[in-house]
Design a protein around this ligand. Structure first.
Ligand code: HAM
Length: 425
């Protein structure tokens, strides 16, 4: 065992898995760029205060932050998510609205590592700042839906709720607190603690003992004012229009405190219930203001890459891309000719790999096979002297041919057009 391993909750992503990650981000970028979103790249680290605005009552802020004092005495933290950073960026740069952006990258939360839960985890997401329109909420949800479809996922479920306007939410919280306090003896000890911090979050409890008291708890729907009710109705109508199925879940409160009105979560059909949230988001109209910017409407979502890929594994879709080079060069004359040939091929846009250390023909051919390339180019001393190279198809029935060295590129292009490739997923 080597002295060092990666820290708990962190992972090393090796090829070919890393190709799958890149592909995941590329498909996401295609989907959202086609809807007018531009990429924003927030820093990995911010002043701690930026993330504290996410809500002092959330575990993410109180227990899971990777914060430290830097050498200049600033109290900073690795980002636990991107929404607060995007709002800080908006408050600082004041771009033209509506500002439609997407992001992709790692976040850090000091959580208990388990399947689908890591301390460094990747998300892709979008945020729209400066527009308040239920059809925007629908667009945002529809883009996540479209992305899941593009990955090939068919068992994802959309859960939808509205937390009402801030006033509605505040009245609801008060009523919930009263109800739970009246039923304190029926609540689990963990939920009693949650109650003192945030009564809404008690609705999140998955503990069997809490089920009965949760079942009779007041529902948010009876607290909606006319505006919130009409807004929620329009969002549902829009989703129905687009043929996106959803289930209303009035207990969906989400883990971060900044949400108002529309909230949603995507659940995988196959993961354990504690980790089955593939992604989620909602409206958060007060966040930019709390970061020193103008009052600005905001909505967005983030989708967890890790859990979404686990869901892909479970559904047998979106496997690792089969990345192979076009040509593998075998040179038994010392390696210099392989150096020239690979450079020439790559300059012509043909991907090429080669063997090093002037190994035997047999060992180099093994490397050629392992590379998955459909073609090998072989140079021995006879070919080198006579000004020829051998092109050998590595799969299928075709036989090898000698071609003049100075026609190499055109011959390789021709051979690649007919050479059978390994099955790609
Ligand atoms: P979140 O629900 O905290 O929301 O995270 C979104 C997704 O990130 C989760 O559904 C999950 O797939 C993934 N995720 C979160 N924590 C972990 C972890 N420890 N390990 C693996 N995956 C994880 C947000 O982050 C909000 N910023 C979403 C948003 C954007 N709301 C509005 N705009």
């Amino acid at each position: 065992m080597p002295e060092f391993q990666h820290s708990p909750g962190m992972r090393d992503i090796l090829p070919p898995d890393s190709g799958r990650w890149r592909q995941f981000q590329a498909v996401f970028a295609q989907v959202v760029e086609a809807a007018g979103y531009g990429e924003v790249m927030p820093p990995l680290m911010e002043d701690l205060g930026v993330f504290q605005r996410v809500g002092e009552a959330t575990d993410v802020v109180t227990k899971e932050m990777y914060d430290f004092t830097d050498r200049g005495g600033r109290h900073v933290s690795l980002r636990p998510e991107c929404t607060a950073s995007v709002c800080r960026i908006f408050a600082q740069h004041r771009p033209i609205t509506p500002w439609k952006v997407f992001y992709a990258g790692p976040n850090f939360r000091y959580e208990k590592p388990q399947r689908g839960r890591f301390r460094q985890f990747d998300q892709v997401g979008i945020e729209v700042l400066g527009a308040d329109d239920p059809y925007l909420d629908v667009e945002v949800i529809a883009l996540a839906w479209e992305f899941y479809q593009r990955l090939g996922l068919r068992q994802v479920k959309l859960l939808l709720n509205s937390l009402g306007e801030l006033d509605d939410r505040t009245r609801y919280e008060a009523s919930l607190a009263e109800y739970f306090n009246d039923n304190l003896e029926r609540l689990s000890p963990e939920s009693r603690i949650t109650l003192t911090k945030n009564p809404l979050r008690v609705l999140d409890s998955k503990r069997a003992g809490d089920a009965a008291v949760l079942a009779d708890a007041p529902r948010i729907a009876s607290f909606y004012g006319a505006d919130a009710a009409a807004n929620f109705e329009a969002v549902q109508q829009g989703l129905t229009d687009l043929g996106i199925p959803f289930t209303i879940d009035t207990a969906l409160v989400r883990g971060l405190d900044y949400y108002r009105r529309t909230t949603f979560e995507f659940q995988g059909g196959t993961l354990d219930s504690a980790q089955n949230a593939l992604g989620g988001g909602g409206r958060y109209d007060g966040l930019v203001e709390s970061l020193g910017g103008p009052a600005t409407h905001g909505i967005g979502f983030a989708l967890g890459l890790d859990r979404t890929l686990l869901a892909c594994d479970d559904e047998g879709v979106f496997g690792a891309p089969n990345k192979t080079v076009d040509v593998f060069v075998v040179d038994t004359t010392g390696g210099q000719e392989a150096l020239r040939i690979t450079a020439q091929l790559r300059a012509a846009g043909i991907s090429a790999d080669r063997a090093f250390e002037n190994r035997s023909m047999k060992s180099q051919m093994k490397g050629a096979d392992r590379s998955g390339a459909p073609l090998a180019i072989i140079v021995g001393s006879n070919e080198l002297e006579a000004g020829y190279v051998v092109i050998r198809p590595l799969r299928g029935e075709d036989v090898q041919r000698s071609v003049a060295r100075d026609t190499l590129i055109s011959e390789v292009i021709k051979a690649l057009q007919t050479a059978p490739k390994e099955a790609t997923q």
